[in-house]
Write a protein that binds this ligand. Sequence first.
Ligand code: N01
Length: 847
Amino acid sequence: MGSHYDVVVVGAGFAGLYAVHKMRDELGLDVQAFEAAGGVGGTWWWNRYPGARCDFESIHYSYSFSEEIQREWEWSERFAGQPEILAYLEWVADKLDVRRAFRFNTRVTSTTWDDKAARWIICTDDGATCTARFVVSCVGGLSVAKEPEFPGSETFRGELYRTSSWPHEPVDLTGKRVAVIGTGSTGIQVIQEIANEAAELTVFQRTPNFAAPLGNEPVDLAQRRWNAEHHAELRAGSRQHMIGVPYDPPSGPALAATPDERRRIFDKYWDRGGFRLLVSTFSDVIFNQQANETIAEYIRERIRERVKDPATAALLCPTDHPYASKRPPFETGYYEAYNLPHVHLVDVRSAPIEAITPTGVRTSSKSYEFDVIILATGFDVFTRPLLNLGLRGRDGLKLEDRWANGPTSYLGVQIAGFPNLFVINGPKSAVALYNVPLATEDNVNFVAAALARAIADKTATFEATYEAEEAWGRLCEGILNLTVIPHSKGSWYMGENIPGKARAAYFFAGGAPLYRAICAEVAHVGYGGFALDRVSAPIPPMVRLDPAAALLLGSMLARGMKPLDELNLDEVRAVAESLRELQLPGPAMRVETVEAPRARIYIPDRAGPLPVIVFYHGGGWISGSLDLADAPCRRLADENGAMVVSAHYRLAPEHSFPAATDDTFAALSWVWKHVSAYGGDPGRIVIMGESAGANLAAVAAIRARDAGIPLAGQVLIYPPIDPEASTASRTEFADGPFFTRAIGEKMWGAYLGGAELTELAAPSRASSLAGLAPALVLTLELDMSRDEAEDYAGALASAGVPVRLHRFDGLFHGVFNMSAFIPRVREMYASIGEFVATCKEQITEVA
Ligand code: N01
């Protein structure tokens, strides 16, 4: 066996160069790297086709890890062309002195795990073999061209080029009849670039694309200097943004805007380039088909304005997929190219290409003659580059077998069954919707930290567990299904551009801030979801999130949400009130206001006397209001045909214990005595609360029993029960998601104000729970107060109280107020509805 290394890195693109630097120079590891190309640059080494350039601004589409690199390199254009990007990567490679770690022109042909030695055996096409403790794949996602589906390319007598392996010498197209097959990002860049050079240019288009202007321009000296001085703040903004570029946040939902407002916003971002048209216009275009259609039609209008021949314009207007369900391309004069008399568009959807012939292209309806054919038909994304490494994991497991039904991975970084193999920007990583260099740095940093840990702890094997992979897969798929992306046809996003390839979620669409937060949590909890020397650490909470809850959390992170426990009182109160924006609006109905005790009475238009729900809002006893409870109370009233009394109580710390419990009990007593005057039935009162309000409801239920006030039921929506409870959920969800143990403790502290803990604050401490009203206890899987609430439900049941316990998986504390963004909150309302209906029946029977 040849040489032995700590780490083998494969690939010399953005990822490979940084990975070698990180592992070799920062971790001090013995690194050997391989690259099939003749030099560094990865995709930018291969894709030398005319017009190749990036479509994220170069100041963002570049490394951020080095002050020096950012200060010294100046981009000449907003969106640099391939030669400049390649020059940049070559310059970086020299600066970091990483070239000497690489063997160029060397392709890895097999990568086999040796379980006994706990090492990888790597064979290369030069016949050499080496071993490594870790393999870090930096082979890229879009690096293996799709095989053409039409036969005959070898028979073509003219010149045939693939954009992804374009010759290094200039290709002269002047005076030639040229065909371009494919109108994705690549095809569009080629077509607009060569339209004026070729004598005749024929574009074979199967699916038109929603291309928007790139907005490229030279960067003047003053701007370059400004960029050099401000890169730190530019990068900070980037890291917090959903796609890793500091673009403006969107202006709310398109569907809430008037057509004129929509037009104004679309116009504003139409030709400013990058992904602004997608991310800076409206928040719902990627999630809602109807909203998406507003932007899709806007783009079609712009295409029709620019292309003179209406039939050609119609062919260029996409109608079969939502905007951005396929990766949106950018253009400069692309549509105008079709106004040139020698540029022709051929629709190969209606008449597919059957073959490449010795003289040109034959479709099902016609033959065409060409001197040059350019294939811009895309890539076998994410999976093929890894499959080409000939990977065999534990017990000879072949990667193609493991991935027979589509790719699996944990965080996009590891594949269960393949220990010590780390993948940068692998399938199900965030890279597809995340500025590549930053996505790359995140992944490399994560992997480097994992390696450092493994080395420090002398861990022989570091691998994702199958369970973690499944959980991650569910999250990726769930998030993707909330977007319009699965409504595309034939997109590489879903693996559908390759005949026979599994349709699956190929990437994580939750955005960069969420991805980063999840990776940070995974590392923080000791690599949760990974097995170190076969001992697995539990899957961390954020990986188990409900997809909609995860997306919401991601957008909060993108807006710079600080941990709740770092906020002061006013800020906590502001956050609580801001939750109203996350609630579905409540239906209109009659609302009466009562001053003493302060309450709102929601009265649905039904025949009375109505059953009554007394509702106490949440907010940790220190925040929340009748306004916060307004929409939920309307919905509860409407769905249950019940009168809902939303009762005010005094907040801590201004009014600490027992103010809130006294107020809530006083409100209940008042309801019992006076609700009939409003059309409510005092014999059918269900007491209900959310979070701290649920604690108050539970205590009020005990006080009601003791005072002889009959209750039909109590609904406790994720109640905190006892500040001193020592439960597993308190530990497991101490850092959230969203609600943390530290903020919980602060809230309890403010509420109690130093008072002794009695049953009036912690209902589980009541001397007896017997004789209490039937209870529904709703708990959330990812909530630190989950176990104390469930223990309380158990204690109620033991005391003979009829109890229903309903735990919702994937959700975190507070979601009851997030119904507009977390569809599954409706399951909580449904559960409440079923319970309240039973309470009504029971009481009716008694009555
Ligand atoms: O590949 P694509 P791409 N008959 O898959 C057509 C990145 N990138 O290389 O849509 C006829 O998007 C196919 O038609 P259809 C970027 O992420 C970035 O253009 O399948 N046509 C489609 O038109 C991008 O998304 C930049 O019906 C056939 C085209 O070929 C990704 O790379 C620049 C066909 C393939 O489009 C891939 O883009 C370039 C057939 N049998 C690329 N098979 C930047 O600006 C395929 N097609 C940074």
